[in-house]
Design a protein around this ligand. Structure first.
Ligand code: F6R
Length: 264
């Protein structure tokens, strides 16, 4: 895994945006996997800037989001569809019909088929070229809470109490946070051709160390990223504080510059 430690949030966001930029330039009809939450906001701001100032063209790009609260309609201000429209899609020249976010208002009886269809759409698009991920306080990627099978696919999941508490900052109170979500599975995520994993802040330090350097376990679903051949973890100094191999990561990042190649 490439582990890059950046000074601050701006640098993390720019580093991540550069990876997306290069992909979109190289493959204008690429497929991006996207996350919500506070961590990727800086990356999305950078992408909007790259579109506006450098003409980065998203007109043939397709996107698939990781997850959506179950029970919220796409118009709900706390829905992930609304978040994506406001924080990214509106600022790009992407076609809205090329942006896929799971629909949290699908009827319960139709969910299984809906989730299977979501996976099929990813396959039909040629698979996800680059997946953006954050990490939850309990080690989740997407909404794959501790105990989620590492072989899981897109499905309805129950949210962990920690996640409800963490995400209550976006709602009036924790009672308003939905208890369920639709989420890509761990196995779905691992099929992406490349992954950018972002984490910031001291609160994430211990869980980041478990994910990147601990055993692969369904109790920290982000640890499954160790099984993927092309992951770039981009961390700020606070989030990297509990890692045991920081000196090596810095050395490898330096060596990359000299080699002029990315070292996974
Ligand atoms: C959001 C998602 C989640 C978040 C995670 C971190 O689509 O899939 O796994 O990435 O909960 O959230 P923040 O960035 O708000 O700390």
């Amino acid at each position: 895994m490439r582990v890059l430690i950046a000074k601050d949030y701006e640098k993390i966001s720019r580093e991540a945006a550069q990876i997306v930029y290069e992909l979109v330039r190289r493959k204008p009809n690429c497929v991006l996997g996207l996350a919500t939450g506070s961590t990727p906001l800086g990356l999305y701001r950078e992408l909007v800037k790259m579109h506006k100032e450098e003409g980065l063209d998203f007109s043939n790009v397709k996107t698939f989001n990781l997850d959506e609260y179950y029970g919220l309609s796409p118009e709900h201000p706390q829905s992930y569809r609304y978040f994506m429209n406001e924080n990214l899609f509106k600022g790009l020249n992407i076609k809205m019909e090329n942006t896929m976010v799971p629909d949290g208002s699908v009827k319960i009886g139709e969910l299984e088929q809906y989730c299977r269809r979501y996976e099929e759409l990813i396959k039909q698009a040629g698979g996800i070229d680059l997946q953006v991920l954050g990490i939850g306080g309990d080690g989740h990627i997407a909404f794959n809470e501790p105990g989620s099978s590492l072989g899981s696919r897109t499905r309805l999941v129950a949210l962990d109490e920690n996640t409800i508490e963490d995400n209550s900052r976006f709602f009036d109170s924790s009672a308003d946070v939905p208890r369920f979500a639709l989420s890509m599975g761990v196995a779905t995520i691992l099929e992406a051709k490349e992954i950018i994993f972002l984490a910031t802040g001291a609160k994430k330090a211990d869980v980041v160390a478990k994910a990147l350097e601990g055993p692969v376990t369904s109790m920290i679903t982000a640890s499954a990223l160790q099984l993927h051949p092309k992951v770039t973890a981009i961390l700020d100094e606070d989030a990297s504080d509990s890692l045991s191999r920081v000196a090596f990561y810095r050395f490898a990042a330096d060596a990359e510059q000299k080699a002029g190649a990315r070292l996974f």
